[in-house]
Every structure is written in structure tokens, then in C-alpha cells.
Design a protein around this ligand. Structure first.
Ligand code: I85
Length: 352
């Protein structure tokens, strides 16, 4: 196996120039549609093994996606990259990413399909631990994923022994604190905030998503949703902005306080107050996930009842993520301005 060898000795990414169809049989089986490209099933000719192929246009953005994904794929909880091709396809330059095939499908589909009755808080904690490991790996390398959502969490296979992995680096961003290489010369007095970079706020976007996913894992419905079944209502926007959500008794009365406190500290509207991935790793519900109570959860039943609404839940998470990616950059600009500027600081005090 060429991926998941977490020995720090990753071979450099090589774009193969020969035709992908020399090495793989491309099927018509579509596995999914991303915003940036289609994912189809292919088989390697020499081994007859299945893989997933993501087809991207050859533009700088796609090269960044591939480079960040490739560097991350040494993690056990991130989908592995097998090969990358640079081919011309109908006159257009394309980048073809061959990934290990995740045959177990999406996280919540698999929870919903479980045959055994009880899905417990301890199992939810084990799943969270896997997602947390993926994010910790990325954040340590100063990579923010920025699109952590249920559709991007896939199981390696069906049944026991399946590994949960994160995919789609289409919005991922390198968030180096050290901009000295990219911006070699500025005088600190005059440096614009965007030059310093919104380092921390990209990572905090991942932490918010983690909070939303954990909430859904524990009850089967999202913390924020629109009341009338419309895609995105002004009311829902307002609740997200104000962090207005509840733990309704019916599903939450048996859930541990540790779990609720973790969610509460992930769904902080102020990114500065939100937990970092390092803090989550040390949180007892994650660090000690084997000792989490085996309380049965309502999740599976609710996911089944609400199957028809699941597409809407996904759309809403997409839009919320898109807004957050923009919003938190602005929050960052505001924060720097306030801290450096006595006039603004006085205005702020007057307001309160
Ligand atoms: N295997 N977001 C939703 C899929 N193996 N999938 C999406 N962006 C990506 C599809 C649309 C994620 O980068 C995506 C990307 C990569 C994959 C991917 C990678 C590796 C898979 C967009 C499957 C699969 C394979 C066999 C069976 C099944 C699923 O999706 C299922 F169980 F569903 F039947």
C-alpha cells in the first residue's frame, strides 16, 4: 500500500504525462459530483483493483488542491492519493487524481443503514476521534480544510474494520503564520492586515464544522435549520450568527455533560473563543473516548425519519460554510484594526 505510510518520507508528487487509459480502465460509474469536478470509478489494469478518479481542469486552483491533498494523504483519516495524471482531453488540459476507492459511502448514510439497533454515545465519540485526528494532522501542517461536512466523510468499505476518511481539498488553504517568504518586504507600521494573513481564522472554520457534525452525530438533526423547509431563511442565518441553538430534551436528556460542553465550546460564534484542535484532543470526551458512556442515541432513528430532508441539511451546511469562509476573514480584519487603533478602541468602549 503506497498511502498512509506515516513515516514522513513521502515521495514528491509527480504528474504522470502518459494517458491514464494506459494504466486504468475508466468506467461510466459516477461516484459523486463535486463543485470542481466529477468523481468516477476506475480499475487499475495490472491489479484489477478499484479506485476513484477526480477530474479537474488544469488551473492553478486545482494544482493547489492536489498539492495540499497529496501532502495530507499520509494521514490514516484522509483519503489516499495513488496517482496524478496531466492529460489532454478533448483539447483541454486536465488533471486526473486517482484516489483509493472509499466503498463504504458517506458517514451518515452508513449510520442510517446500520442493522444493529443502538448507536451509542461511545461510538459517536470514536467517530469524532477519527475526524479530530484528520483535522489535527492538517492543522499541524498549517492546512485548513474549510469544507468539512458529512458528504466529505467517507468509509473505506462496508462493514466492520472500515476506516473513516476526509476528502475534497477544493477549498483547502495553506495558512502559514510566516509570511516572510511570500511578502519579503514591508514596514510594520504600514502593513495591511491582509498582508499578515488570516492565519488562525481559517482553522477556526474547521472547528465550527466539527461542532455541527458532532451535534448531528448525537441526535440526527443539525443545530441550525430553517423553520419552513426553505433552503436558507433569514431566521436561520440570524440563529447561526448569534449561535442560537438548543439541546432539546427528547433527544439530549441522556447525553453526557462532557459531550454538550464540547459542542458548546466548538459552536462559539466568536472564533477567538472557539476551541482549537489541540484543545479538542485534550478534551476528556475525545482523549478518553473509550470511557464515554454507552448511552443509546436517537441519531439513527431520526436520520431514517428525516431521509427526505437530508439533501436540504447538506445544502444548508454548504451555504453556511461558504458564508463562514468569507465572514471569518472579515472578523480578522476587524480585530487587527480594533487592537491597533486607539480611536476605534474608544468608539468600541462608548458603544458598550
Ligand atoms: N467513493 N462530496 C460529495 C469517493 N472514493 N467523493 C465528493 N469531492 C471529492 C463527491 C460528492 C465528496 O473530492 C468526492 C470526492 C472524492 C470522493 C471519493 C473518493 C474516493 C469515493 C466530491 C465513493 C463510493 C464508492 C463505492 C461505493 C460507494 C461510494 O463515493 C457507495 F457506498 F456509496 F455505494
Amino acid at each position: 500500500m503506497s498511502f498512509n505510510m506515516n513515516d514522513g518520507l513521502q515521495k514528491p508528487l509527480e504528474y504522470k504525462k502518459n494517458q491514464i487509459i494506459d494504466d486504468y480502465t475508466v468506467t461510466r460509474q459516477v461516484l459523486g459530483l463535486g463543485i470542481n469536478g466529477k468523481v468516477v470509478e476506475i480499475t487499475k489494469k495490472t491489479t484489477n483493483k478499484k479506485y476513484a478518479l477526480k477530474i479537474l481542469r488544469d488551473i492553478p486552483k486545482s494544482r493547489r488542491e492536489i498539492s495540499l491533498h497529496y501532502r495530507s494523504s499520509a494521514c490514516r483519516h484522509i483519503v489516499g492519493i495513488e496517482d496524478v495524471y496531466e492529460n489532454v482531453y478533448g483539447g483541454n488540459k486536465c488533471l486526473l487524481v486517482v484516489m483509493e476507492c472509499m466503498e463504504g459511502g458517506e458517514l451518515f448514510t452508513s449510520i442510517q443503514a446500520r442493522a444493529d439497533n443502538a448507536f451509542t454515545e461511545r461510538e459517536a465519540a470514536a467517530i469524532m476521534r477519527d475526524i479530530v485526528d484528520a483535522i489535527a494532522f492538517l492543522h499541524k501542517m498549517d492546512i485548513a480544510h474549510r469544507d468539512i461536512k458529512p458528504e466529505n466523510l467517507l468509509y473505506s468499505k462496508k462493514g466492520p474494520g472500515a476506516v473513516l476518511k476526509l476528502t475534497d481539498f477544493g477549498f483547502a488553504k495553506y495558512t502559514s503564520a510566516d509570511k516572510s517568504l511570500t511578502t519579503p518586504c514591508y514596514t510594520p507600521y504600514y502593513v495591511a492586515p491582509e498582508v499578515l494573513g488570516p492565519e488562525k481564522y481559517d482553522k477556526s472554520c474547521d472547528m465550527w464544522s466539527l461542532g455541527v457534525i458532532m451535534y448531528i452525530l448525537l441526535c440526527g438533526y443539525p443545530p441550525f435549520y430553517s423553520n419552513h423547509g426553505q433552503p436558507i431563511s433569514p431566521g436561520m442565518k440570524k440563529r447561526i450568527r448569534n449561535g442560537q441553538y438548543e439541546f432539546p430534551q427528547a433527544e439530549w436528556s441522556q447525553v453526557s455533560d462532557d459531550a454538550k460542553s464540547l459542542i458548546t465550546n466548538l459552536l462559539k460564534t466568536d472564533p477567538d473563543k472557539r476551541l482549537t484542535i489541540e484543545q479538542v484532543l485534550r478534551h476528556p470526551w475525545i482523549a478518553n473516548n473509550l470511557a464515554v458512556p454507552q448511552t443509546p442515541l436517537a441519531t439513527r432513528g431520526i436520520l431514517r425519519e428525516e431521509t427526505d430532508n437530508w439533501m436540504e441539511v447538506q445544502d444548508e451546511m454548504d451555504r453556511a460554510l461558504a458564508e463562514r469562509r468569507i465572514d471569518e476573514d472579515q472578523v480578522h480584519l476587524k480585530n487587527i484594526g480594533l487592537s491597533e487603533n486607539p480611536l476605534l478602541a474608544r468608539r468600541r468602549n462608548n458603544r458598550n
